[in-house]
Design a protein around this ligand. Structure first.
Ligand code: NAD
Length: 494
């Protein structure tokens, strides 16, 4: 159980200005600072370094030196395992402090942040700590006068660029397998969610990770993110963020050293409810959480609700009731179900999507407004829009806010056609009591993840990744380790 008093104590602590974490030291950057505005009330929380391209080059050099001298890359997997377990212990020790710091920075409701940020990050470090001394190469079935070995080798320097919605969770999805595999890392957090990741780097040092193996460089994506992606000395880029940035990263890779790019991008995930869903009331509740938690700023959010026509009106009414019952407010108040939108720019973008949808003929069933403006924070009502056409802007583009587009359908084939009529293919769900239909839908809906009679469950054991323009390469599970290994064949004449 989270304790409100403890949260209030932590939230009142001043947050010192943060530096860059390079070569195991806090270092000043050469590009000035960025103010960190708290989405809770719009106040200046602290500053982070607005690093320059030169600062980024320094961090990459530190990661390269650490990799090449083998201080981590040549440590036995069992040794890396110990350090990663210690890091998981430290994350657990600091779980609430890390979560509160993150919430002050990015606005996620604390109940969710505690589980999805610190809780998930600790679990991810443990998962890869446990995995790494059980994953090894192969002996190929060749002629008996040949010994052919397939080695798994760390790739070298990994550049990780992450977004603001779940910085610790998504950061850990990249950092943990990359470190477990023996690589060095340069991490570029989002401008509006750097603080908990800077603290994570400090904890990694305390856990015994050698200097230079994990560096964090804050600042503008267009400056330091670009410098990281253009570097000739970075071997792999692991990215989560928007499609627009993902496209740039591929260009940067092409213009530099053809580094491998793993992109986890956006979604417009279809949540498909058939009239024979086992429990429509539960489906309405879970669907509401599946779009509105963290103010809809969830990559797999079920932002397109496809409802069979015969239950459309009743289901929308039940879901709207749930949406209206959510308490939106201070994300550090345990009474809030939904916290703040990450930034003013994001909030304005969300409101603009609602206005466009209405212009294109959608009707607002509930929500659609900014609220609690007097707090100075960025809060928006959960919003349900009906009368949305499958090709309308709000049905095609990712809002990444608390906005649900509802589209009716008649048949299973029509539901599949609408679901797949999207450039995205990240996640989705189907609600039905018909086992055969559930399996047909699992096969035919083109997404990387599909839920049946639930929305949003997952753990470290299963991959998360998209198809189509939702990206390539998966985070989580043993499969994610492949991204951070090179294969080397040794063909030995006996
Ligand atoms: P974004 O692309 O604007 O920013 C992501 C990161 O890229 C930030 O750290 C940013 O500073 C950096 N960046 C920006 N411009 C850059 C450039 N020119 N070169 C290098 N780096 C640059 O995305 P965002 O707004 O922070 O995040 C929201 C997006 O992330 C949404 O589209 C969401 O769906 C997606 N997302 C996907 C997943 C997934 O697992 N597929 C998970 C969470 C979020």
């Amino acid at each position: 159980m989270l304790d409100q008093q403890r949260i209030d104590t932590l939230r009142s602590e001043p947050v010192a200005a943060r530096k860059l974490f390079i070569d195991g030291q806090w270092q000043s950057g050469s590009g000035g600072v960025l103010e960190v505005l708290s989405p809770i009330d719009g106040s200046v929380l602290t500053t982070i370094e607005r690093a320059s391209a030169d600062d980024m080059t320094r961090a990459i050099a530190s990661a390269r030196t650490a990799f090449d001298d083998g201080r981590w890359s040549r440590l036995a997997p069992a040794g890396r395992k110990k350090v990663l377990h210690r890091l998981a212990d430290l994350i657990e020790r600091e779980a609430l402090a890390l979560s509160v710091l993150g919430v002050r920075d990015n606005g996620t409701e604390i109940n969710m942040a505690f589980k999805a940020e610190s809780g998930s990050a600790a679990g991810t470090f443990r998962y890869y700590a446990e995995a790494i001394d059980k994953v090894y190469g192969e002996i190929a079935p060749t002629d008996e006068n040949i010994l052919a070995l397939v080695h798994k080798e760390p790739v070298g320097v990994v550049g990780a660029i992450v977004p603001w919605n779940f910085p610790l969770m998504i950061g850990a999805w990249k950092i943990a397998p990359a470190l477990a595999a023996g690589n060095s890392i340069v991490l570029k957090p989002a401008e509006t969610a750097s603080l908990s990741l800077l603290r994570l780097a400090e904890l990694a040092s305390e856990a015994g990770l050698p200097d230079g193996v994990f560096n964090v460089v804050t600042g503008k994506g267009s400056v330091v993110g670009e410098a990281l992606a253009l570097s000739m000395d970075v071997d792999v880029l692991a990215f989560t963020g928007s499609g627009a940035t993902g496209r740039r990263l591929l260009e940067y890779a092409a213009r530099s050293n053809l580094k491998r790019c793993y992109l986890e991008l956006g979604g417009k995930s279809p949540n498909i409810v058939f009239a024979d869903a086992p429990d429509l009331d539960r489906a309405a509740g879970v669907s509401a959480s599946g779009i509105f938690r963290n103010s809809g700023q969830v990559c797999v959010a079920g932002s397109r609700l496809l409802v069979q026509r015969e239950i459309h009106d009743d289901f929308v009414a039940a879901l709207a009731k749930r949406a209206e019952a959510f308490r939106v407010g201070d994300p550090l108040d345990l009474g809030s179900d939904i916290g703040a939108v990450n930034s003013l720019a994001q909030l304005e973008g969300d409101l603009a999507f609602v206005a466009t949808a209405e212009k294109e003929g959608a009707e607002r069933v509930t929500g659609g407004n900014r609220i609690l403006e007097d707090t100075g924070g960025y809060y928006m009502q959960p919003t349900v829009l009906t009368g949305v056409g499958p090709r309308d802007t709000v049905a095609q583009e990712e809002v990444f806010g608390p906005v649900l587009a509802v589209i009716p359908f008649d048949s299973e084939d029509e539901a599949i056609a609408i679901a797949n009529d999207s450039n995205f293919g990240l996640a989705g769900a189907v609600w039905t009591s018909d086992l055969s239909r559930a399996h047909r839908m699992v096969r035919r809906v083109k997404t990387g993840v599909i839920h049946v009679n639930t929305y949003g469950g997952a753990d470290a054991t299963v991959p998360l990744g998209g198809v189509k323009q939702s990206g390539n390469g998966h985070d989580k599970s043993l499969h994610a380790l492949d991204k951070y290994f090179d294969l080397k064949t040794a063909w030995i004449q006996l």
